[in-house]
Structures are given as structure tokens and as C-alpha cells.
Design a protein around this ligand. Structure first.
Ligand code: TXA
Ligand code: MG
Length: 537
């Protein structure tokens, strides 16, 4: 079948109406998204919608009308709250569910006893409904699982060859599907957020319940109030992961995970700072704009060929709740909680551990890079296996643990051996640190410190939002190393000179704490510098 593109002229509208009366499928523009329409009272026509969309038969359809008088015949009765909502928001992006009249085919109801009705405000949609002379059943005009189409070209991508025609009505104004409210039960229940916000509904009918599924994944085995909520939705082929947190934390997280095939679905404000290809869906504080752009942005993601997309999280308020509801489904509820990571580094003897202790006592979790380095070479770890392959099992103790001294002897013998060591251990340590940070974030921590003497050498500064270095005058360091390790001046000097000098740590962008007074003074500085940042994050 060749799918025709119709234009919004008088002839075009009459042609669309004629095709619909003949029991064929026509995609029509509405103010929310494009709908795939059929005569709602013709079971065969309705059944062909499910075939064209590859939609599960138990997922019911919305019936569209274009005259207030056409509502009553479709439902058992119109209760008072339904009438008031219709008066307030019809025509518009609101769908009302009520017990169905007997004329509604089972196919439309998806086997339920209720029916969803909507009076769209789009003038082209209204003209087509009026001219066809029948109520139109119309789900969004995408193939099941794909983002809903918001212009005729996007409908064609999914429906070319599957339906009789597409009516071109330009871009959909709202961009996300209608608000769905169920008035068939005792307490009005919001099943799907949309352009008509919960506040707008409550202004007219008082308290409503918001279905769990609006913001959460359906629990295994639970029955969906709205069957559509149990299916995977709005998903591009790429894996979408939703990143929660401040703008800074989002950007840092994405940049930390930059790689080939990784992209960002972000706000306009973020693009300049992101180091991966971006697709934007509006400004951070503009939910109407986000709703308008989201579905097309989701489709653009596949066009840029990304395999993983980190999405910036919209504020789930007002129309933003509808945007959030769609994006968590596009992400299949894969949500990443971000954490602000402060790297702590500095040369030996400068006072790094005093700073770390002060922060630990203030309740800030500290990830110790040395501890991670020990953890990745535990017996039976892939990292230890790789080291043994490279340096022979002479580096193993009799009990299978790593003989660090022997490894050091072999690995530091020449630069190429050192490189081999670093190539094996650094990625494993980085992965372990990353995992530890993600665990902390999942447990609700907003801030963590990565304590890493070799932060820059290992490239772990890339995991940090900010780096703080502790330095101290050489004489003071020397005295501390001698006291701490019980060694003489010459040995302590050797140890100091084995490390890079201060300028290595005090590079651009690093906050430097100079430890040239008392430990208490250093602790005070340490707490002040982190509190200042904490408030900003
Ligand atoms: O804005 C819209 O509502 C668009 C345009 C075309 O009007 N239509 C649309 O339809 O989004 P669809 O089929 O993609 O989504 C309808 C949603 C589904 O989640 C479906 O399960 C739910 O409404 N629904 C329909 N009838 C229902 C009923 N009787 N009880 C519970 N949920 C129902
Ligand atoms: Mg849909």
C-alpha cells in the first residue's frame, strides 16, 4: 500500500474523512501528537490500527470527538466532575475515562468496561472528525514502543506502506500525549500526565490521586490501571540512561563517561560544557518547550548513531511531570544518581590525611584510592591474573596473594615494564573507584571525596568535579615524614624527591590548601573549603 500525504486543504480534509468512513486508517495531527485514526464504531477498522502499530490488543484506544454533544452516546453516563473538567479543558489535551456505552467495540476498550474520550483542540483534527461523521479511535501514530510522532515526516518513518494516508498539519503544539484521568472509579485518578497538569485538574474537581505508575516502574505482577503503562515506551534504539542531580553533576558525570557512541540528551545550557555529541530538548527551566521537543529529540538520537545516551532529568513539576513520565519510560527506568566528587591529592608529608580525617568526621564518605588499588589485585581477580601473565607467577606468594615487593622490583626495572603494570592496574582501579562512587550515589550521598596521592598520575582527576591539593613548606614536610615513618633526614629527603614538586599539584583549576600552621588550622581550612562547595552543589 502506498501511503498518501494529504494537505490541510478542503479537499485534503474531505479525502481524509472519506478514507476513514471507508474503514481505512489515516494519521491525523492533533495538538498533542499525531494520532492513527479509524472509525471507532467499526471493529474491523479498529482492529487494523493494532496491526499497523504492532500494538498489543489489550491496550485500549482513545475515542476522539469534535462536538460536546457527541460524548454522551459513548459513555454510560456523564458524572458531574467529568462535565466540569470537560467544560474547563475541552477542547484540549485531556482524556477522560468513564464506563463505556454498549456501542463501543471491545477492540476499542481493549477488553475493559470503560472508554477513554477526548475532544482535541487542533482545528484540522476537528474538521476531519466532523466531516467523517464518526468518533475516531486514535492512538499515537508511532509503531508500538517508539517515540510518538510530532510531525507528518515522523509518522511516515513508522507508517509508510501500512496506512492509507497521513494528513500533514505541521508540528504538534504540545508535543506529549494528553493527560489521562480515570473518573470511572471512586476517586479521580491520574493515569498519565500531560499538558493539563495535576494542579489544573484539582482546581476544578478537588483532590485527585496520582497513579504510582506515573513516576515509578510497575511492580512485577501488578495490574496496570492503564494498560499502556506496562509496555516499554518512547524508546530509541540507543540505551537511554536518566541522570539525576544538579546541572554540574550531570555534566561531570557525562564527561566522565565520554566514549565513542556515547551522546547526551541535554538542555540547551549544557551543550558547551559537554564533551560528547548532544541532542537538546529545550532549556532547563522550560517544561513546555521540553514537552514540545522531547519526542523528536528521542528520534534524533538514533540518527546520530549513539549506543548510549545520558539524559538530563527534567523537573517533574507542572507539565514537567509529563516530560519526566515519558523520559523515565524511554530510559526503561534506568536512573543514575550522580554524586559530586572532590579529588584530594598532594605530596607525601603535606597533611593530606589530616584533611581526609576532618572530612570523614564531618560525615563525608572518603574513597581511598590506595585501598581500591589493593582490592583489585586480590587473589582470583582478573587484574592479578593479568599481572601474573605479564610478570610470571614469581610475583605470587605461596598462598596466592600478590607479593608487592617482587612486583615492584620487576615492574620498576624499566619504563616498558612500568607501562605494562600501569596499563593493567589503572583501568581496574578506575573501574573500582567508579563503582564505589556509584554505590555511594545510589545510597543517597550527594558528595564524596576521592583520596588519591597519585590522582593525576593515574588520570583519576577525570573522575572528579573538583580537585583539592594539600601542600606544605619543604622543611615542615621533611620533619613530618621523619616523625611519621621514624626515618632519618636523608631517607626522608629521598622519599620527598621521588615525588614531583609542588607545581605538579597546584596546576590550574586546583584548590590549594597550604599547611604551614597547625593541624587545627588545616582542619578548619579543609572544612571551610568543602562547605562552600557543598552549598553550591
Ligand atoms: O494525546 C493523545 O492522547 C494521543 C492523541 C493521538 O490523541 N493519543 C494517545 O493514544 O496517546 P495512545 O493510545 O498512544 O495512549 C492512550 C493511553 C494508553 O496508555 C492506554 O492504555 C490508555 O490511554 N487508555 C485508553 N483507554 C483506556 C481505558 N479505558 N482505561 C485505562 N486506560 C486507557
Ligand atoms: Mg502511544
Amino acid at each position: 500500500m502506498q501511503t498518501r500525504l494529504l494537505h490541510a486543504t478542503t479537499e485534503g480534509i474531505h479525502e481524509a474523512a472519506r478514507l476513514l468512513r471507508d474503514g481505512l486508517l489515516v494519521a491525523i495531527p492533533t495538538e498533542t501528537v499525531y494520532g492513527l485514526a479509524a472509525d471507532a464504531l467499526n471493529p474491523k477498522a479498529v482492529a487494523s490500527i493494532f496491526a499497523a502499530k504492532e500494538r498489543p490488543m489489550d491496550n485500549p484506544l482513545i475515542v476522539h470527538i469534535a462536538d460536546m454533544d457527541d460524548w454522551a452516546p459513548l459513555v454510560k453516563e456523564i458524572p458531574d466532575n467529568a462535565r466540569r473538567l470537560a467544560q474547563a479543558y475541552w477542547p484540549g489535551p485531556l482524556t477522560i475515562i468513564l464506563p463505556a456505552a454498549t456501542c463501543i467495540p471491545n477492540e476499542v476498550r481493549g477488553g475493559l468496561s470503560t472508554v477513554a474520550v477526548r475532544f482535541p483542540s487542533d482545528p484540522i483534527a476537528q474538521a476531519i472528525i466532523l466531516h467523517s461523521g464518526c468518533p475516531l479511535a486514535a492512538p499515537s501514530a508511532n509503531r508500538s514502543g517508539s517515540p510518538s510522532p510530532t510531525n507528518a515526516a515522523r509518522v511516515m518513518e513508522d507508517m509508510q506502506g501500512r496506512i492509507a494516508a497521513v494528513m500533514d498539519g505541521g508540528d504538534s503544539a504540545v508535543g506529549v500525549e494528553s493527560t489521562v484521568i480515570d473518573l470511572s472509579c471512586e476517586k479521580p485518578r491520574l493515569l498519565r500526565p500531560g499538558g493539563i497538569t495535576p494542579q489544573m485538574l484539582e482546581e476544578v474537581i478537588g483532590d485527585i490521586e496520582i497513579d504510582e505508575a506515573v513516576t515509578h516502574a510497575l511492580k512485577v505482577g501488578a495490574v496496570a490501571a492503564s494498560p499502556g503503562m506496562k509496555y516499554k515506551h518512547y524508546a530509541p534504539k540507543a540505551r537511554v540512561r536518566l541522570v539525576k542531580g544538579t546541572a554540574d553533576a550531570y555534566i561531570a558525570y557525562v564527561n566522565r563517561h565520554a566514549a565513542d557512541g556515547v551522546a547526551a540528551l541535554c538542555f540547551d545550557e549544557d551543550t558547551e560544557q559537554l564533551r560528547v555529541p548532544t541532542v537538546t530538548y529545550g532549556h532547563r527551566d522550560a517544561p513546555l518547550e521540553q514537552a514540545h521537543l522531547l519526542f523528536d529529540a528521542l528520534r534524533q538520537i538514533d540518527e546520530i548513531g549513539a549506543h548510549t545516551v545520558y539524559a538530563a532529568c527534567p523537573k517533574p513539576e507542572g507539565v514537567g511531570l509529563a516530560v519526566y513520565n515519558r523520559i523515565i519510560r524511554a530510559a526503561a527506568f534506568d536512573i543514575i544518581n550522580t554524586i559530586h566528587v572532590v579529588g584530594l591529592t598532594g605530596p607525601t608529608g603535606a597533611g593530606k590525611s589530616t584533611v581526609a580525617d576532618a572530612w570523614r568526621q564531618a560525615g563525608i564518605p572518603i574513597v581511598d584510592a590506595d585501598e581500591m588499588a589493593r582490592r583489585v589485585v586480590e587473589p582470583h581477580s582478573p587484574c592479578l591474573a593479568a599481572l601474573t601473565a605479564a610478570f610470571t607467577d614469581a610475583i605470587l606468594n605461596a598462598d596466592g596473594t600478590l607479593d608487592r615487593r617482587e612486583l615492584a622490583r620487576r615492574a620498576f626495572a624499566d619504563p616498558s615494564a612500568t607501562k605494562t603494570l600501569n596499563d593493567i592496574t589503572h583501568p581496574a582501579i578506575m573501574a573500582a573507584i567508579r563503582q564505589e562512587l556509584e554505590n555511594l550515589a545510589d545510597n543517597g550521598h550527594a558528595l564524596a571525596v576521592l583520596d588519591a596521592p597519585l590522582l593525576f598520575e593515574a588520570g583519576a582527576d577525570a573522575l572528579c568535579d573538583r580537585v583539592i591539593a594539600v601542600t606544605a613548606p619543604a622543611e615542615m614536610r621533611l620533619a613530618r615524614i621523619m616523625a611519621r615513618d621514624g626515618i632519618d633526614r636523608d631517607t626522608a629527603l629521598l622519599r620527598m624527591h621521588a615525588q614531583p614538586d609542588d607545581t605538579f599539584y597546584t596546576r590550574d583549576g586546583v584548590t590549594v590548601l597550604v599547611n604551614d600552621k597547625t593541624p587545627d588550622a588545616l582542619r578548619e581550612q579543609a572544612l571551610a573549603v568543602i562547605a562552600e562547595r557543598w552549598c553550591k552543589a
